[in-house]
Write a protein that binds this ligand. Structure first.
Ligand code: KIV
Length: 313
């Protein structure tokens, strides 16, 4: 890491700060909304500078960052830690914090306190909540009335993975598709500002999108949604444990990282790193004085160790 601050401390883009009314305006004018997950400040800074509308600190970080097999294990405190980091790297994008498993369903007061922490301590603008059960809807109504914007999440809701029986497309039968539409309308009535539709057939997502006045954000839900979200580690090819069909990979960072690290190890073991330009030397004017001060220390320590040796014998 350089000792000089890089000249790109916080890329000041000229775009305006993304707000809820701007997102609604995008839906109304047919401009697609871009959403990506972000989990740390450095990444957030890059995504923000690239012009992403919404940065979502998704509970997917349980898998991509923390190494769990699903999203159920991540806690409120762990989520909050990452929300704070992403806040530090975000200037223009709208920051949404995912509410993790159990943070919403164990009582309305606790849910409101948890969501409040995401905003007050984490600096999130909004929170995302999975599902549309009566319990969840009651919480969403309270959060909205408290001034906390809420993003809904329907279709494949990963926190219900055990109930759903795996990462499967949702809404394929008439009963399921009708229920999805009903749930989307209920969430809209509860006051959510947008809804994520995950792993839903394109036709179903299209009808829901047309039925709602708020934006739908698709993930594996086709082109007709008002916006798209993907997991940053998936599009950069950094998370390789799963490769869902709906992901488009724009880079292969897992391979690139491994290649770079192999080269680094080779350079260290072959003693070609660091070179002169990557090292620091003493000023010529000070060199002799510094070296002589150090020689004195060596002499003193040689003297004291030979005394110790003499004392021991
Ligand atoms: O946790 C997450 O990353 C998400 C998105 C994929 C929508 O919920």
């Amino acid at each position: 890491m350089s000792l000089q601050p890089a000249n790109n401390e916080h890329p000041s883009t000229t775009r305006p700060v993304v707000t809820l009314p701007r997102l609604l305006a995008k839906k109304d004018s047919g401009q697609p909304i871009t959403v990506l997950t972000a989990y740390d400040a450095t990444n957030a800074r890059q995504l923000d500078a690239a012009g992403v509308d919404i940065l979502l600190v998704g509970d997917s970080l349980a898998m991509t960052i923390l190494g769990h097999p699903n999203t159920l294990s991540v806690t409120m405190d762990e989520m909050l830690h990452h929300v704070k980091a992403v806040r530090r790297g975000t200037e223009k994008a709208l920051l949404v914090a995912d509410m993790p498993f159990l943070s919403v369903t164990l009582g309305e007061d606790e849910a409101c306190r948890n969501a409040g922490r995401m905003v007050q301590e984490g600096g999130a603008v909004a929170v995302k909540v999975e599902g549309a059960s009566p319990t969840v809807c009651a919480v969403i109504r309270r959060l909205v009335s408290m001034g906390i914007p809420v993003m809904g999440h329907l279709g494949l809701t990963p926190q219900a993975i055990h109930t759903l029986g795996g990462f499967k497309v949702q809404g394929k039968t008439p009963v399921q598709a009708a229920q999805l539409l009903r749930d989307a309308l209920v969430l809209q009535a509860c006051g959510v500002f947008s809804v994520v539709l995950e792993l839903v057939p394109t036709e179903v997502a299209e009808i829901i999108t047309q039925a709602l006045s708020i934006p739908t954000i698709g993930i594996g839900a086709g082109l007709q949604c008002d916006g798209q979200v993907l997991v940053i580690d998936d599009i950069l090819g950094r998370y390789t444990q799963l490769s869902p069909r709906f992901v488009r990979k724009y880079a292969d960072m897992a391979t690139e990282t491994q290649q770079a690290v192999t080269e680094y190890c080779n350079d260290v073991t072959s003693k070609t790193f660091p070179n002169a330009a990557e090292s620091f030397t003493l000023d010529e004017s000070m060199k002799e004085t510094v070296l002589s001060a150090m020689r004195s220390v060596l002499d003193e320590s040689n003297l004291s160790s030979s005394r110790q040796l003499a004392g021991a014998s």
